[in-house]
Design a protein around this ligand. Structure first.
Ligand SMILES: C[S@@+](CC[C@H](N)C(=O)[O-])C[C@H]1O[C@@H](n2cnc3c(N)ncnc32)[C@H](O)[C@@H]1O
Length: 230
C-alpha cells in the first residue's frame, strides 16, 4: 500500500487516502486520543455558519468534517480529490453533496461561498499558496476562511513530549488500528515540516487574505487560523 513522500505528489497523496478511507475516521479518533471531536467543535464555532449560508469544506475526505455545518442549517459542499474517501463518505452520509475537486483548481465559480474551511487538508496540498488563492477566489468579498491544521505546541517541554509521541508512539499504534500504517509515518513527517502559527498567518496574508489570526487547541498541537476576503 502507498504512502506519500514530503514532496506531496498529488497522485500519491490521493492514492494514500484511497487506501486508508475505510478505517480513516476510527483511526483518527484513536490516534488523536479522542481530541478530534473537540477540534471539530472548535472549527464549527470559528466558522460560525448561519442557516442558509454556503460553506465549502475543502479536503473533506469522508465528509465527517462537514457534518457540523449541515447541523447548523448551512448548505455545505464537501470537496476532495480522493475518490476512495468520497465513496466511503457517500456510504456513510448519503445526504451530503460530496464533490470531486482539486484544491488548486476548484470546480466552482468566483465568489460563490460565504465561508471556506479546510481541516487537516492544507498540509497535504503540494501547492499551498495556489490552494489559498483558489479558496480566496471562490469566497465572496467579506467572506471568511478557517483552516484547522496540525501545528507546533507552544510550551517547550510539551513540544518535546509531543515530538516523541509523533515519531515513536504513533507508528506502532497506527500499525494496530490503520489499514496503512505507513501513511502515519508520512503524517508524523509532514506535521514536523509544516509552518508554525505565525508563518501560516503570513502565508494567508501573501495569498491575499486579510486580518489573519489564530487560536491554539490542545496547547498548539492543532491551530485554527481565520482570515477574511477583502
Ligand atoms: C486528513 S484528511 C482530512 C479529511 C477531513 N477534512 C477531516 O477533517 O477528517 C485529508 C484529505 O485531504 C485531501 N486532499 C489532499 N490534497 C488535496 C487536494 N489537492 N485537493 C483536494 N483534496 C485534497 C485528501 O484526499 C484527504 O481526504
Amino acid at each position: 500500500m502507498s504512502r506519500a513522500s514530503l514532496d506531496k505528489q498529488p497522485h500519491e497523496v490521493a492514492a494514500m487516502f484511497d487506501g486508508v478511507a475505510a478505517k480513516y475516521d476510527l483511526t483518527n479518533d484513536v490516534l488523536s486520543l479522542g481530541q478530534a471531536r473537540l477540534w471539530r467543535k472548535a472549527v464549527a464555532r470559528a466558522v460560525d455558519a448561519r442557516a442558509g449560508e454556503r460553506v465549502l469544506d475543502l479536503a473533506a475526505g469522508t465528509g465527517t468534517s462537514s457534518l457540523p455545518f449541515l447541523a447548523a442549517g448551512a448548505y455545505v459542499v464537501p470537496c476532495d480529490f480522493s475518490l476512495g474517501m468520497l465513496r466511503e463518505g457517500k456510504k456513510r452520509h448519503p445526504r451530503l453533496p460530496l464533490t470531486a475537486g482539486d484544491a488548486t483548481r476548484l470546480p466552482f465559480a468566483d465568489g460563490v461561498f460565504d465561508a471556506v474551511t479546510i481541516s487537516f487538508g492544507l498540509r497535504n496540498v503540494q501547492d499551498t499558496q495556489g490552494a489559498l488563492r483558489e479558496m480566496l477566489r471562490v469566497t465572496r468579498p467579506g467572506g471568511r476562511v478557517v483552516i484547522c491544521e496540525f501545528s507546533h505546541p507552544t510550551w517547550e517541554p510539551f513540544r518535546t513530549v509531543y515530538s516523541e509521541y509523533l515519531m515513536r508512539a504513533l507508528p506502532p499504534i497506527a500499525t494496530s488500528v490503520s489499514s496503512n500504517p505507513d501513511a502515519y509515518v508520512y503524517l508524523a513527517e509532514s506535521i514536523r515540516a509544516w509552518p508554525d502559527q505565525p508563518r501560516l498567518a503570513a502565508r494567508l496574508r501573501s495569498a491575499g487574505w486579510e486580518r489573519p489570526a489564530w487560536r491554539n487547541l490542545t496547547g498548539g498541537v492543532v491551530a485554527l487560523h481565520r482570515a477574511y476576503k477583502p
